[in-house]
Design a protein around this ligand. Structure first.
Ligand code: KG4
Ligand code: ZN
Length: 506
């Protein structure tokens, strides 16, 4: 079962009012929810499972200098499973990014709610006597002070965060201080293992993760100067990616967390790539449009704040990294090939050949790289071996030019349409030298603040997973025991649950 959060819509109101009625003696009416939906200041989000069923919701108001939690309710069968905490941490993360404190009122007798808020750093500052007219109970007014730089998690963590990434062919671990500083980041690349097959073999990748995992974690702890006993929480990529590879990291992280009853932080791999941007530039202004281009994904995302993402467009066929890798293979270069093709292209003439730029004329911010790859295949087939060798640099340069032009064109247009302040890029393909140069030039010329992380944060790593974890939900023991890996976890989703046992009924 997949748990995700999204904006509340009027179509959710039947389920929302039902959960509300199951949660409170004096529930909000449907009209109150509907009215709230029309307010500019409202923050209304629902947590949903894959089938679309609403599991809980949070309603807040965003006044200019303080944000208010108005209503938070979770369906009875889903309580104490991290849904309320997840919705709350999104709201708090956004408040941190807006540099505002948060206040709320809670019924004095509602110990469960008070405990949830205390866990998130709220303190009781006042009491409103007889506030609840139905029972005459008092309301506790709780506030959570303004956070410095958004380190909202810091006080929940008793020590540094250990983050693990195994979604594809890199075994990675990192240690982050609770406030977000990266203390160590270790990546063991499996490239040498997969090279002989010309691509990542899932089963081989999983085995290599199992073999390397412990050593990589040990090295990350050693570089950070801490012991396993110091760790205060464990994060892992739970999807999307190769399922067998993901499972190694998820099981390792859950086992470490379980053994010491530490909180577990499930992380979406794409959220990790997006987080690499604020690891690189703490002060990059929101909202931003971020291009994530790697061997597995090519997506354009609107990032409203460190917790809220919206998919603008994605590749309809191959990922940009795949296009580079397949091109490199056709040209007889190394493995995986993106970097080798890039190096060769630096010596060639990008105007020598004309390759198609995918979806150039389409207004949609989507990508397509199958055409450019096919064009390369036919071009090489039309040449003799001599010519292919002689013109290799020109071919590589022209091919790279077409891929980069497609990426830049869509990213720039997306950023302009969304009227954001920052244009950013992440993922392994962001290592491409032409892409880096051109995004910086054209982005700045168009007035955007441009962020391009260092290479170590562009390719898969666990530091970015830790950075995303610090802005996502933390599940406490035993909430996370059911958390499962998911090969196809969509953007915006936090985790999936193993679908064993009976489903709670709403
Ligand atoms: O993010 P990443 O490390 O792993 C995935 O999640 O896929 O990205 C790896 C991809 C590979 O396709 C690799 O060839 C590509 O990034 N890549 C490059 C360059 N360096 C790595 N592509 C183009 N130019 C480069 N310099
Ligand atoms: Zn990746």
């Amino acid at each position: 079962m997949r748990v995700a959060a999204r904006r509340m819509e009027s179509g959710d109101l039947d389920q929302v009012t039902k959960i509300e009625a199951q949660s409170f003696d004096r529930p909000w009416t449907r009209e109150m929810f509907r009215d709230e939906l029309t307010q500019d200041l409202s923050w209304m989000e629902v947590a949903v499972e894959a089938g679309g069923r609403v599991l809980g919701f949070l309603i807040g108001r965003r006044y200019p200098d303080v944000w208010h939690v108005m209503d938070l309710a979770v369906s009875p069968g889903w309580r104490r499973r991290g849904v309320g905490g997840g919705l709350l941490s999104r709201f708090l993360g956004a408040a941190d990014d807006s540099l505002v404190p948060v206040v709320l009122e809670v019924r004095q007798g509602n110990e469960e709610a008070a405990a949830l808020y205390e866990g998130e750093g709220f303190v009781t500052v006042a009491r409103r006597r007889g506030y609840y007219t139905d029972t005459g109970e008092d309301a506790l007014v709780m506030t959570r002070p303004l956070r410095d730089g958004g380190a909202a998690r810091a006080q929940q963590l008793s020590g540094p965060l250990l983050a693990i990434e195994t979604s594809c062919d890199d075994t990675a671990a990192a240690v982050l201080a609770p406030a977000g500083d990266v203390l160590s980041s270790v990546v063991y690349s499996q490239d040498a293992i997969h090279e002989r097959y010309g691509g990542v073999v899932p089963e081989v990748a999983s085995r290599a993760h199992v073999e390397r995992m412990t050593a990589v974690i040990r090295e990350a702890l050693r570089e950070a100067g801490c012991l396993m006993g110091d760790v205060g929480g464990v994060a892992a990529t739970v999807g999307p990616g190769l399922i067998g590879a993901l499972l190694v990291g998820v099981q390792t992280a859950k086992t470490i967390a379980w053994s010491r009853r530490l909180p577990f932080f499930p992380v979406n791999h794409i959220h990790g790539h997006l987080a690499a941007v604020w690891l690189a530039d703490r002060h990059a202004p929101f909202p931003m449009v971020t291009l994530v281009a790697s061997g597995g994904h090519t997506v354009l995302v609107r990032v409203r704040d460190r917790t809220t993402y919206r998919l603008l467009g994605q590749t309809l066929d191959d990922a940009a990294g795949e296009a580079f890798d397949k091109g490199a293979r056709l040209l007889g270069l190394g493995y995986p090939g993106g970097r080798e093709l890039d190096e060769l292209a630096e010596k060639g003439d990008p105007t020598a050949f004309s390759f198609p730029i995918g979806l150039k004329r389409s207004a949609r911010p989507d990508f397509s790289f199958s055409g450019v790859k096919t064009a390369l295949y036919y071009l090489l087939r039309s040449m003799g071996a001599d010519e292919r060798t002689r013109r290799a640099a020109d071919i590589a340069a022209s091919y790279r030019e077409a891929i980069v032009a497609a990426l830049i064109g869509k990213a720039l247009r997306g950023a302009q349409q969304e009227k954001v302040r920052t244009l950013a890029m992440a993922g392994g393909v962001a290592a491409n030298s032409l892409l880096r140069r051109r995004l910086a030039e054209t982005g700045r010329a168009s007035g955007f603040h441009v962020v391009i992380p260092s290479l170590a944060y562009c390719t898969d790593n666990a530091a970015m997973i830790g950075a995303a974890a610090l802005r996502g939900p933390a599940l406490s023991y035993p909430q996370y025991l059911d958390v499962d890996a998911s090969a196809s976890l969509p953007l915006g989703s936090w985790w999936t649950e193993a679908s064993a046992g009976t489903e709670p009924q709403l």
